[in-house]
Design a protein around this ligand. Structure first.
Ligand SMILES: [Zn+2]
Length: 487
């Protein structure tokens, strides 16, 4: 069951309520007695150095949550994230107190006020996510049923946009959390079609014969050891009022399960989580979902090559050579570096659309995780400074953070091969960049950005509103970035 998200012009102070204040006096009228007011003041005096302080008042007939944030000089995006995190804390209290309804409003009259209500709501909503499909009792555990937002600067449209973006994120989380026994490449295509119908984007799926007809050599090669056929998915959101003639293209790595192939992975802490190796595909599907459901006036295409990577009898062997449709030959030194092999086909295919920009999302390297942990994506690319700073701005605003690494030519040297144009592995040092250098060989005449989300797409321990397991990494970022271009 979904949380029902509503907009109201006024609130009922005698029901469960979050009130955002900058000056504590603004919270006084929400206290039901002098004792509660004194308690509230005392809590703030004990204040730790927090950007936003949460004071939970159990007023017996209802709960009041005061979010107190005195004016500070930290960056506004950092404050937004503090509100999301407080939203997560409030969602935890709702669960422990078994509260089914909540209102959020602000007593603040600055520009950031309406945003703050949305930020807290985002933190609450994202924290109510549950993946219960395989539980014998699949009833929803989180008690929240109704969330009502109110306050200055809020509009129905902003609230709907938030709701749809949250559900795009949930769609991505669901896809990542689905085990491979269900989510084969053909089933991923079925899920994409279902979500396309629900949100209003178009879906075309190439089957194996069509993939062969398009000479998608990387995808066919990685699929050689599989029992299930590959698919190539084309998702289109092209509204009549689109601001762009040429599309923005989002490419997502759709390795629905990665054993490593003949270069087999160890099981513990490695292969056992490899159902998540389609986190890039999930990011693209979730982004298209949010954009289409919100009728965003921007023309966007998603390209998702999908297969599992298995050591079947016909599997590609280390040392084999394949030749791509753009003429480039690749010596495969490690069959576990398969993501880049299938992304290459999508990057070649993208060129036919003369795209404005291509962004690819992939759980690509352990190197990205070692460099940045699960707090940021690795970004590399050939797009210009303007595009990159717009992306970095969206990255801060959504707190889907990224760090840019260089694409210097020296990093491409380890990709040299004795018998082919390049090899698919290189060396382990700076592998997150080398993987980018590999992809660059297939980028043809368009600006391009590669985002390695190996650290951010899947969490082994719960982390605030991102939860545990699939996070939906990339969806909120792309929605912000692509809709911000319109403004
Ligand atoms: Zn792999």
């Amino acid at each position: 069951m979904q949380v029902n998200l509503l907009y109201r012009s006024d609130i009922n102070a005698s029901q469960n309520l979050v009130v955002i204040v900058q000056d504590l006096q603004q919270a006084q009228s929400y206290c039901t007695s002098e004792q509660v007011w004194q308690y509230l003041q005392k809590q703030v005096k004990d204040e730790k150095k927090e950007q936003v302080k949460l004071i939970h008042l159990n007023q017996f007939t209802h709960h009041t949550f005061v979010l107190y944030s005195p004016p500070q000089n930290k960056a506004a995006y950092y404050l937004k994230e503090s509100y999301r995190k407080k939203g997560h804390e409030i969602a935890s209290i709702l669960a422990s107190e078994d509260l089914s309804d909540l209102q959020i409003t602000n007593a603040v009259t600055s520009d950031i006020a309406s945003e703050a209500v949305l930020d807290v709501a985002e933190g609450v909503l994202l924290s109510t996510y549950e993946f219960l499909k395989y539980k014998s009792d699949p009833r929803k555990l989180h008690p929240l049923v109704q969330l009502t937002l109110s306050g200055q600067g809020l509009t129905e449209a902003k609230i709907t946009a938030l709701n749809n973006t949250v559900h795009g994120t949930f769609a991505a989380r669901n896809l990542v959390n689905e085990p491979f026994v269900y989510l084969t490449a053909p089933q991923l295509s079925e899920e994409i079609k279902k979500l396309g119908k629900e949100a209003g984007f178009e879906v075309e799926v190439f089957d194996k014969a069509q993939i062969q007809a398009h000479n998608m050599e990387g995808l066919l090669t990685v699929n050689k050891g599989s029992l299930d056929p590959p698919t190539f998915n084309i998702l289109t959101h092209k509204p009549d009022n689109a601001i762009n003639e040429h599309p923005y293209i989002l490419v997502g790595k759709g390795v629905v399960y990665d054993t490593g192939g003949l270069s087999l992975k160890p099981t513990g802490n490695s292969m056992d989580f490899m159902k998540s190796d389609m986190g890039g595909a999930a990011a693209v599907v979730g982004s298209l979902y949010a954009l289409a459901k919100n009728n965003a006036p921007v023309y966007v295409i998603g390209l998702i090559p999908a297969t599992d990577n298995r050591p079947g009898q016909n599997a590609i062997a280390p040392g084999d050579v394949i030749t791509y449709s753009n003429g480039k030959s690749v010596e495969i030194m490690n069959t576990d570096a398969e993501g880049r092999l299938i992304l290459a086909d999508a990057l070649i295919y993208a060129a036919r659309f003369k795209p404005q920009l291509v962004l690819d999302f992939a759980t690509l390297t352990g190197s990205a995780v070692r460099a940045l942990g699960n707090h940021a994506m690795v970004m590399v690319g050939t797009a210009n400074r303007d595009i990159k700073s717009q992306l970095l701005h969206s990255s801060e605003q959504t707190y889907e953070r990224m760090v840019e690494l260089p694409l210097w030519e020296e990093y491409g040297e380890p990709l040299e091969s004795d018998i082919a144009d390049i090899n698919n592995l290189g060396i382990s040092e700076a592998q997150a960049i080398i993987a980018g250098k590999f992809l660059e060989h297939f980028v043809d005449n368009y600006p391009w950005i590669h985002l390695d989300i190996a650290g951010t797409a899947y969490l082994h321990k719960p982390q605030t509103y991102k939860g545990k397991n699939g996070t939906g990494s990339g969806v909120r970022l792309m929605y912000h970035f692509l809709t911000n271009l319109v403004k």
